[in-house]
Design a protein around this ligand. Structure first.
Ligand SMILES: *[C@@H]1O[C@H](CO)[C@@H](O)[C@H](O)[C@H]1NC(C)=O
Ligand SMILES: *[C@@H]1O[C@H](CO)[C@@H](O)[C@H](O)[C@H]1NC(C)=O
Ligand SMILES: *[C@@H]1O[C@H](CO)[C@@H](O)[C@H](O)[C@H]1NC(C)=O
Length: 381
C-alpha cells in the first residue's frame, strides 16, 4: 500500500454556547476525547502532536501526492480573488500582506500573554464567513498551503486557516497565498490568520529568487520547500493553530481538521439539514436522554476518517468511499500506522450501513465517554 491520501473527517460543535473548542479528528473516541480535555484544561499544553505533517512520511515510501497539480496551466491572474487587510490595493509585493502594526498581534487563546506565540487574526478576511452551518477550521505551515486548492474542490463553505510561519516562513507564506489568490476564485472563501513565535516575528527571506516556487505561475512549487520551521526543527504548536482558526470562525459549528482531510461533497448543507431534523425530534430525543439539547451545547459530531491510495481520486461521498474500501484501495485513518488509534467504535456497522446520497445520518448517540466528557455527548455520523 502506498502513501495514502486522506479523505474525510471531522467534528463540530456549537460555539455560542460554549467557548470550548472542539477538535478531534480521528476517532478512537475515548482517546480523542481525553486529549480534548487536556487541551482545554491545561494552559501549558502546546499540542506537540504532529500537526498536519504526519501523513506521507509515516506510511513508508511510495509516491507522494502533490496537491494543486490541477492548477498547472491555469492563467495567473493580474486580479486577486482575496481581500487583504493590511496590503494596499496597489501593492505588487505579497510581503505587504504582513504590514500590520505589531500591537495587533495577540497572545494565543490558550497560552495567554506569557505564552511563546502570537497571532494576528484575519490577515485575509474571507468573504461570506458567516454563511453556512460549519466553518472548516485548520492550520498549516506554508509548505502545506497548496492542499487548500484540493480542499476547495470539495468544501463549499467558509474556511479559516491559521498559518504557522516563524521568521522568513512568513514571507514564503505571503508568496504562496498570493499565488493561490490569483489562480483559484474559491480562495475568496478562505480567511487567514498568522501565528508565529514571539521571538521569531515575520521576516523577509530570499524566496523571490527561488525558481522552485514558480512565481507568476499557478503550479504548485516544483519540490517540497524547505521552511525555516523544518530546518530549525521548531515545535509546531498545533493547538495554537486550531484554536486561532476556531476563534476567528463566524459560524455556530466548526469542523476542526487537518488541512489534507477532505470532507464529502455537500457535508456543510447536509449537516444543516441534519440539525434541523434533530431539532424537530427534540422532544423524542429528550426522552432518551433527559436535559440534553441535541443540537446545541456540548455535542460533538464525529466523522470517520479514511485514507485512499494516491492513485485513486478523492471519493465524493460515502458510496464512492465504500467502493474503494471494498477494493482495498481505502483504509480507515492510520490503519497501517497505529491500527487501534483511529479504528472507531462501530466501524463494521458503519461500513455496512449504506449511505443515502446527499443525506448525512447520525449513526448512534454514543455516550460511553460521558464520564470523561463531563456530561457532554458524542454523536457519530
Ligand atoms: C473586498 O471587500 C469588499 C467589501 O467588503 C467587497 O466588495 C469586494 O468584493 C472584496 N473584494 C475581493 C477581491 O474579495
Ligand atoms: C458570497 O455569497 C454571495 C450570495 O450568496 C454569492 O453570490 C457569492 O458568490 C459568495 N462569494 C463567495 C466567494 O463564495
Ligand atoms: C439548544 O440549541 C439550539 C441550537 O444551538 C439553540 O437554538 C437553543 O436555544 C438551545 N436550547 C436550549 C434549551 O438551550
Amino acid at each position: 500500500m502506498g502513501a495514502f491520501r486522506v479523505v474525510a473527517t471531522c467534528l463540530h460543535r456549537s460555539r455560542y454556547v460554549f467557548r470550548l473548542l472542539i477538535f478531534i479528528l480521528v476517532v478512537s473516541l475515548c482517546t480523542a476525547v481525553v486529549f480534548y480535555l487536556k487541551v482545554e484544561d491545561r494552559g501549558d499544553y502546546l499540542g506537540r502532536l504532529r500537526g498536519p505533517h504526519h501523513l506521507g512520511h509515516q506510511i513508508g515510501v511510495m509516491e507522494e501526492f502533490v496537491p494543486g497539480l490541477h492548477l498547472k496551466g491555469r492563467p495567473f491572474g493580474p486580479r486577486t480573488y482575496c481581500n487583504y487587510t493590511f496590503r494596499p490595493l496597489d501593492s505588487v509585493d505579497p510581503w505587504d500582506m504582513f504590514s500590520f502594526d505589531p500591537s495587533l498581534s495577540k497572545p494565543s487563546v490558550q497560552l495567554g500573554e506569557k505564552g511563546p506565540y502570537r497571532v494576528v487574526y484575519n490577515i485575509v478576511p474571507g468573504q461570506n464567513a458567516s454563511r453556512g452551518a460549519i466553518t472548516y477550521c485548520t492550520h498549516a505551515t506554508p509548505d502545506f498551503l497548496y492542499h487548500l486548492s484540493e480542499l476547495l474542490l470539495h468544501w463549499d463553505g467558509a474556511i479559516s486557516v491559521t498559518l504557522f510561519a516563524p521568521g522568513t516562513d512568513a514571507h514564503l507564506a505571503a508568496i504562496l497565498v498570493d499565488k493561490l489568490c490569483r489562480c483559484v476564485p474559491q480562495m475568496a472563501r478562505v480567511s487567514f490568520h498568522l501565528a508565529f513565535p514571539k521571538d521569531l516575528p515575520p521576516a523577509k527571506g530570499d524566496w523571490m529568487q527561488d525558481p522552485d516556487l514558480k512565481l507568476g505561475d499557478c503550479s504548485p512549487p516544483a519540490k517540497k520547500v524547505l521552511t525555516q520551521r523544518r530546518s530549525q526543527e521548531l515545535t509546531y504548536p498545533v493547538n495554537v493553530g486550531r484554536n486561532a482558526a476556531r476563534q476567528a470562525s463566524k459560524t455556530n459549528f466548526v469542523l476542526v481538521s487537518d488541512i489534507e482531510l477532505i470532507p464529502s461533497i455537500g457535508l456543510n448543507e447536509q449537516f444543516a439539514v441534519l440539525l434541523h431534523r434533530l431539532n424537530e425530534r427534540r422532544n423524542t430525543l429528550m426522552k432518551i436522554r433527559a436535559a440534553s439539547n441535541w443540537t446545541g451545547k456540548g455535542f460533538v459530531y464525529v466523522l470517520p476518517v479514511f485514507e485512499v491510495e494516491p492513485s485513486a481520486s478523492v471519493p465524493r461521498d460515502k458510496e464512492q468511499l465504500l467502493q474503494l474500501y471494498q477494493k482495498d484501495r481505502a483504509v480507515f485513518f492510520h490503519r497501517w500506522v497505529c491500527p487501534h488509534c483511529q479504528k472507531f467504535p462501530g466501524l463494521q456497522k458503519w461500513l455496512k450501513r449504506k449511505g443515502k446520497p446527499g443525506f448525512v445520518q447520525v449513526r448512534s448517540f454514543f455516550c460511553a465517554c460521558n464520564l470523561l466528557l463531563k456530561q457532554n455527548s458524542i454523536c457519530s455520523l
